[in-house]
Every structure is written in C-alpha cells, then in structure tokens.
Design a protein around this ligand. Structure first.
Ligand SMILES: [Fe+2]
Length: 270
C-alpha cells in the first residue's frame, strides 16, 4: 500500500509472541505509525482542531481512478471529509495528552483500556476510523492492471483462500455475506488469526479486529482485506443497494496488496 511513509502493510512485521499476546502489539510492530482519524462525518471547527500528530495522507490514486465502480464524488467526500474528520477528531481527543501523541495509531487503538476513560470512546471511534480508512484506500486501485479486480493470481494467499473456503468464489460469497449482514454501519474483514488461519469477520462502527477488549477474541486478528459498509461509502451512487456496491467493489480490489498483507501477517505468526 502506498499511502505515505506511515503506510499500513508494514503493520504485520511483528513477532509470533507479539501476535499471540495481543493484536495491539501486532499492530504496534506493524505500522511505522499511521498518523490521523475521527468518529463522525462532522469535522470539528478548524479553530479548535490541533494540527497533529496525525495527518490525512493523500489517496494513493486519483479520486476518479476507481470509476465507474466507485464514483469520484463519493471518493472525494469519503476521503476529504469523512476520513479527515476522523483525523481531526483523533488529534482533538489526545490534544491534552502529550505522552499519547507519541504513540502509533496501532498502540492507541490496540488496547483502549490503557487510555484515560474520558478519551477512550473518541479514540476508539476516531482512531479506528483513521486506521480503517487508511487501510481501505490501500486495498483498492484503478481497474485494468494485473492483480486489480477479479481473483488473486496463484500465490500463497490464493492457495490459502482455496484451502480455507473451498474456492475464491466461495470466499467472496462469505465476505459479501458478512458485509450484507452488518446491521447499520461497520466493516467486513478478511483476517489472519493468531494461529495463521484466515477468517471472515465483521465489526460495528469503526471498530476493527486489532481492538483488544472491544472486538470478541474470536474475531480478532490482523486484517488483510477490509470493506467499508457505512452508507457514506456508497449511498451517493448506489443509494440503498449495498449489495450492488459490494459486487462492484470486487472490480477495484488490489489483490497484489492483499497478498502482501497476507504474507506479512503469516510471518508474524511464526
Ligand atoms: Fe468510510
């Protein structure tokens, strides 16, 4: 993934012990430090929003690059407004906590119980929102190039998907099912669990499988693919037809990136 120097793929560079002990530790060793996040699409007034330490990286492609599957207006609002609000509100939440400002995003969201109670929920929502969206942008690319859309080429990832789900098609059905059954807002994920196995899970709101104490242990692991099913991700183009959005989204999935994520996550379990 190519968001910036703080990109997420490296989030899987961790040790087996860290992986097993806590997904927070996994994530910590993981990313060099993603900087930004926020809970709702409503950005805090600019005058009260601290400048950092988290920042919104540019999209790794032109906002119109995912057309016709994901429209340019949705991309501009999703990234420039919604994601930016998560970043701004995360910075605001930790503005009075100098020590927390030095932590990586994975440190912050990996084990929220270590945070002061008054900022726990804002960091969960906005830190999660920042991590999830930074990850999400990295998982897509303009269609038409090798590894974009369709099915993953022969690789350890493809073989594991076939082994775990029976076929890529069956995996896609399970993943889409998780995306469709998520009531309200949330995410569908393909994760590598501590024992190195793949699993499809879903989380509510801006939670993600790295969050210890928030997400049930059975749903925890290192995300290698994720799909945003908040209405803000698709409503302008697909209105209430979430299924059409999910179907179209497969055309822009960057399997090259997912395969890299998978191999890094598996290394972390050994
Ligand atoms: Fe979103």
């Amino acid at each position: 993934m190519v968001v910036n120097s703080n990109t997420l793929p490296s989030h899987m560079n961790t040790t087996r012990r860290q992986f097993i002990v806590t997904t927070a530790a996994v994530a910590a060793a993981a990313t060099t430090a993603v900087r930004s996040g926020a809970q709702t699409p409503t950005a805090a007034p600019a005058t009260t929003t601290p400048a950092g330490p988290f920042t919104l990286a540019p999209l790794p492609y032109a906002p119109e690059g995912l057309e016709p599957h994901i429209d340019v207006l949705t991309m501009n609002i999703h990234h420039g407004k919604h994601h930016k609000a998560y970043v701004d509100n995360l910075n605001k939440a930790i503005a009075l906590h100098a020590a927390l400002q030095k932590k990586t995003l994975e440190n912050l969201i990996g084990d929220l119980n270590f945070l002061p109670e008054d900022i726990r929920k804002p960091v969960q929502n906005n830190g999660g929102g920042h991590w999830n969206h930074t990850f999400f942008w990295s998982l897509m690319a303009a269609p038409g190039k090798p590894g974009i859309g369709g099915e993953p080429s022969d690789s350890p990832l493809a073989r594991e998907i076939n082994g775990s789900f029976g076929s890529v098609e069956k995996f896609k059905t399970a993943f889409a099912d998780a995306a469709m059954k998520r009531f309200g807002s949330g995410w569908a994920w393909l994760i590598v669990k501590a024992e190195g196995k793949l699993a499809v899970v879903s989380t509510a709101n801006q939670d993600n499988p790295l969050m210890q104490g928030i997400v049930p242990n059975g749903d925890r692991g290192v995300p290698i693919l994720g799909l945003d099913v908040w209405e803000h991700a698709y409503y302008l183009h697909y209105q209430n037809k979430r299924a059409d959005y999910v179907t179209a989204w497969w055309n822009v999935v960057n399997w090259n990136e997912v395969a890299k994520n998978y191999e890094a996550a598996v290394k972390a379990t050994k």
